[in-house]
Design a protein around this ligand. Structure first.
Ligand SMILES: [Zn+2]
Length: 294
């Protein structure tokens, strides 16, 4: 049995980590600074956050590589350092996990571009760009590739194709953000995403980010009804983002997120974590309730 299959099958529910960006900001990351740069400038701080998520009970941790595609890096003048920054992200996490059973997920976020014909990014170019990032993540030791915060299924398809150029076997997780009246920004419905991602052979899929767990609960219910046997993933923000003094704040407490985690679990989510605004305290409370028979 593969490491992934063992990991999935040996527990009824798995806990993912919470926010990285939120925690990096608390640790001093400036708005506008690329979080990935901290993999080389402040690896100790990145590692401390991941250590806290492991202590909170997370079974899968995302490497700090969300913006590691060539397009995102180019916006920060860092296009030439993609291999270095992606590799460093996985190496920090690998060192922290050591011989624990937790999985290392290479984090692949959106390109920030719009695919042709609506936008200018050609599909083949997107595949090549994602393959480049994924190669660095896999060479450095990622156990899985987690494509996240996506709005466009074509872009997910490009990221999957890029991953498969590098590895035929590595498990792929894919989560979209259903933050626009129950659909993604590009209009994708949860049912369509579930059917399509299932056909594409993605190991686990679901939703992340967005407007809090109530919104994601509906997504999970619809996906469950569409693909009853799929391994569904729920990684919600800590409530609806609100702007306060120019900063984005999230108000759901650990207790509130724990209650929501129990609902997501009951609705069929098998991998449950948090996104923006969630902290190790949130993840610890969520892990407690879903593992305690909630
Ligand atoms: Zn988020």
């Amino acid at each position: 049995m593969s490491k992934w299959q063992t990991w999935v099958e040996q527990a009824p529910v798995r806990i993912a980590d919470g926010a990285m960006g939120t925690m990096l900001q608390q640790a001093g990351l400036d708005a506008g600074e690329l979080p990935m740069l901290w993999n080389v400038t402040h690896p100790d701080r990145v590692r401390a956050i991941q250590r806290a998520y492991l202590a909170a009970g997370a079974d899968i941790i995302l490497a700090n590589t969300f913006s590691g595609s060539r397009w995102r890096l180019a916006r920060h003048g860092l296009a030439a350092r993609g291999e270095e920054l992606n590799r460093a992200g996985v190496e920090i996490l690998r060192a922290e996990i050591g011989d624990r059973a937790a999985l290392i997920a290479g984090d692949v976020g959106p390109s920030g571009e719009i695919l042709a014909p609506l936008g200018t990014l050609a599909f083949d170019e997107a595949v090549a760009g994602f393959a480049e990032q994924v190669r660095a993540l896999i060479v450095a030791g990622a156990d899985a590739i987690w494509i996240e915060t996506m709005a466009d299924l074509e872009e997910v398809r490009a990221a999957i194709a890029g991953t498969r150029q590098v590895s035929a076997e590595i498990p792929i997780l894919a989560t979209l953000t259903f933050d626009t009246r129950g659909r993604t920004m590009m209009g994708v419905k949860p049912e369509t995403a579930a059917r399509t991602l299932s056909e594409w052979g993605v190991a686990a899929f679901g939703g992340n980010c967005g407007n809090g767990p109530d919104e994601l609960l509906v997504v999970i219910q619809k996906m469950r009804a569409t693909t009853p046997n799929a391994i569904l993933v729920a990684k919600s923000n800590a409530g609806i983002p609100e702007i306060e003094n120019g900063a984005t704040v999230y108000r759901a407490t650990p207790a509130m997120m724990a209650q929501s985690a129990a609902q997501l679990r009951a609705a069929g989510a098998r991998i449950i974590g948090g996104c923006c605004g969630t902290t190790p305290a949130h993840i610890a409370a969520m892990a407690d309730i879903v593992r305690g028979g909630g």
